[in-house]
Design a protein around this ligand. Structure first.
Ligand code: NAD
Length: 289
């Protein structure tokens, strides 16, 4: 397949390389990044013209909409625009409508698995859009990832992503505050892990990504809380969940609280650039108020 890959940052570059290594013809474009070993076009439109599939991996919905304005008129009829960025549901739906009006297929296909998953080709894709577009891109999801779930119509992929990450933000905070409380009650952290990881308080945050250094499997807490998954990216996803809750009139008090706590952590408490599990030292350092 001829693939245009737009947005070659921490995630996009290794995803594009995996497609190229699997034998596809990949042409990239990025306003800043110039990764080695990939053919690059001079513009997003140039990359997109003649491509069977255009994949975007961009920072946010505003940039996605701007790039869609450039690539959609350049794409061949019947080609598929597949956005893998994490963006707001409204932008995902707007870009899908624009692509459809131009006679193109489109998918919103955000990922989980981080840069390690992008490099190893083990991402999970959560996908919204039509059956035909999904069938076209499915072989590419297989190269870049280990699983692709077709969640429903346009926007369903982004909806799944932000709901998942809202649960993740909330459970990470709950796990960190419980560790900090356990410390103050004189409970050994290893014992706390041994109990909770095999009891009803278990979660991915506790069992797979334990925020306490030296406890549980290797995680960013064992490496000075170097990301991993940065606190500011968690804040971005929590804000997207609250934006979606607002527009869908959904009551999400825990998600709202998690967004407020990560906002304070990133903007006022030194969390910027740290892993999102660094909420544990934040709680450790605090008292009741
Ligand atoms: P990044 O900032 O490393 O990469 C984004 C790239 O887009 C940059 O290279 C930038 O130069 C390029 N770009 C910006 N504007 C552009 C434009 N107009 N035209 C072409 N290129 C442009 O970000 P990332 O970590 O690769 O994340 C990309 C997306 O994936 C984000 O939406 C993020 O939320 C999501 N995501 C990231 C992770 C992660 O662990 N990093 C995990 C899951 C999802």
């Amino acid at each position: 397949m001829k693939i245009a890959f737009i947005g070659l940052g921490n995630m996009g570059a290794p995803m594009a390389v995996n497609l190229k290594n699997a034998g596809h013809e990949v042409v990239g474009f990025d306003t800043v990044a110039k990764p080695e070993g990939l053919s690059m076009a001079q513009s997003a439109a140039e990359a997109a013209s003649g491509a069977d599939v255009v994949i975007t991996m961009l920072p946010n919905g505003k940039i996605l909409r701007a790039v869609a304005d450039q690539v959609i008129p350049a794409m061949a009829a019947g080609a598929v625009l597949c956005d893998c960025s994490t963006v707001d549901v409204d932008s995902a739906k707007a870009v899908a409508a624009q692509a459809e009006a131009a006679g193109l297929g489109s998918l919103d296909a955000p990922v989980s698995g981080g840069t390690v998953g992008a490099t190893n080709g083990t991402l999970t894709f959560m996908v919204g859009g039509g059956d035909a577009a999904f069938a076209t891109v499915a072989p590419l999801f297989e190269i870049m990832g280990q699983k692709a779930v077709h969640c429903g119509a346009a926007g369903a992929g982004q909806s799944a992503k932000i709901c998942n990450n809202m649960i993740l933000g909330v459970t990470m905070i709950a796990t960190c505050e419980a560790f900090a409380l356990a410390d103050k009650l004189g409970l050994d952290r290893q014992k706390m892990f041994d109990v909770v990881s095999t009891s009803s308080g278990y979660s991915w945050s506790m069992n797979a990504y334990c925020p306490a250094p030296g406890v549980g499997p290797q995680s960013p807490s064992d490496n000075g809380y170097k990301p991993g998954f940065a606190a500011e990216l968690m804040l971005k996803d929590l804000r997207l969940s609250q934006q979606a809750a607002e527009s869908a009139d959904a009551d999400t008090p825990m998600g709202q609280m998690a967004a407020k706590l990560y906002e304070a952590f990133v903007e006022a408490e030194g969390g910027l650039g740290k892993d999102f599990s660094a909420m544990l030292p934040r709680f450790e350092a605090r008292g009741r108020d």
